[in-house]
Write a protein that binds this ligand. Structure first.
Ligand code: ATP
Length: 346
């Protein structure tokens, strides 16, 4: 297939498995993010795809060409794979100007490529810096130079490892948007590693969530956020409240109401996970729930409420739009947005 295909890749360091039977498909022009906690094997998988790690099991194809095949003994070096690489430290050449950094690695220095470089420098707001050296640039400017250097040879596939991690939060949003626009304009297939769910959702057409060396979910940003495959994925995308329960007649009953437990056996112990923004509060002097605290967060307010769970007491956190600061000790009614609640077996 055109684009990038990673098939059945497993990888171990000193007999410790860090990538376990992972397959990734990225269609031409698609941006796919590998998302997961530190140590789950994302970077190793990217390095295997790049050819920086020797493939141990499986196959890697780039634009219909097999670039690595463990069984067939094929292992093309990185420079023959038609890929661009961009790492978190950017690795710009300090002794080369911005223009020369970007030009580096272009095989044929054709008029077309020279025009592309000029336009790309302008498009990335680097016009005044074409002849500057990297150390005189801000982090965001260096990031953009690194991106253009990776794209300049017109690679089929671009591999990016935490490309925004060196930037402060205020810069990140703008650089992310510029990077996404540039990738889409270039029509390049991109595989990007990140541990930041928000970044993955912003950048990706598809997210592969990894945990302990395996892909645990493959879906669009909306699917991975709103239809998590398991409790790990639900919790990785943001905080969740947990309500314990047991399945009876295909449902689980909690102090917050009844939830469908599709596919789970009667009697199974489960957790109902509810995102903080899935809880709706209404002040009611006769309400069943007690406010423990309420703090403003700017556009939203975080309200902790105590609910009687039948055994002991349970604290839930609700994120409510706008300023909503009921007094500690006041009573509220709580309802749940069913789309933001997930039932998983314990
Ligand atoms: P991070 O975001 O922290 O980089 P990651 O998900 O990208 O995490 P990897 O860098 O792929 O994870 O590392 C996976 C595991 O493999 C870790 O436990 C790491 O210590 C180990 N590891 C990575 N490279 C090597 C190596 N060259 N030799 C031995 N162990 C390694």
């Amino acid at each position: 297939m055109s684009g990038l295909l990673i098939e059945g890749v497993s990888h171990a360091f000193d007999d410790v498995a860090v990538v376990r039977d992972v397959s990734v498909m990225a269609a031409p022009g698609e941006v796919v993010c590998l998302l997961g906690p530190s140590g789950c094997g994302k970077t190793t998988l990217l390095r295997v795809a790049a050819g920086l790690e020797r493939l141990q099991h499986g196959r890697v194809c780039i634009d219909d060409t097999v670039v690595a095949d463990a069984a067939g003994g094929i292992h093309l070096p990185p420079e023959r794979r038609g890929i661009g690489l961009m790492f978190q430290d950017y690795a710009l050449f300090p002794h080369l100007t911005v223009r020369d950094n970007i030009r580096f690695g272009i095989g044929a220095d054709t008029p077309e490529r020279r025009t592309w470089i000029d336009q790309a420098i302008r498009g990335m707001d680097l016009d005044g810096h074409a002849d500057s050296f990297p150390h005189t640039l801000s982090g965001g400017q260096q990031q953009r130079v690194a991106l253009l250097r990776a794209l300049a040879p017109n690679p089929k596939v671009l591999l990016l490892d935490e490309p925004f991690s060196g930037l402060d939060v205020s810069r990140r949003a703008q650089v992310r948007q510029q990077t996404l626009d540039t990738l889409k304009q270039a029509g390049v297939t991109a595989l990007m590693v990140t541990h930041d769910p928000e970044e993955a959702m912003f950048m990706a057409d598809r997210i592969l969530v990894m945990n302990q060396g395996r892909v645990v979910q493959d879906g669009t940003p909306v699917e991975t956020y709103f239809q998590p495959a398991n409790a790990f994925v639900a919790g990785f995308f943001g905080p969740v409240n947990r309500l314990p329960g047991r399945v009876a007649n295909g449902h689980v009953t909690t102090p917050l109401g009844r939830f469908a437990a599709a596919g789970l056996a009667d009697g199974a112990g489960v957790s109902v996970l509810v995102r903080p923004e899935g809880l709706h509060l209404i002040v009611n002097a006769d309400g069943n729930f007690t406010v423990l605290s309420a703090r403003p967060l700017g556009g939203t307010s975080m309200v902790a409420v105590e609910i009687p769970d039948g055994v002991g007491k349970l604290t839930l956190e609700a994120r409510v739009p706008g300023i909503f600061l009921p007094a500690t000790g006041s009573r509220v009614d709580v309802s749940v947005d069913q789309d933001a609640a997930y039932v998983f077996e314990n």
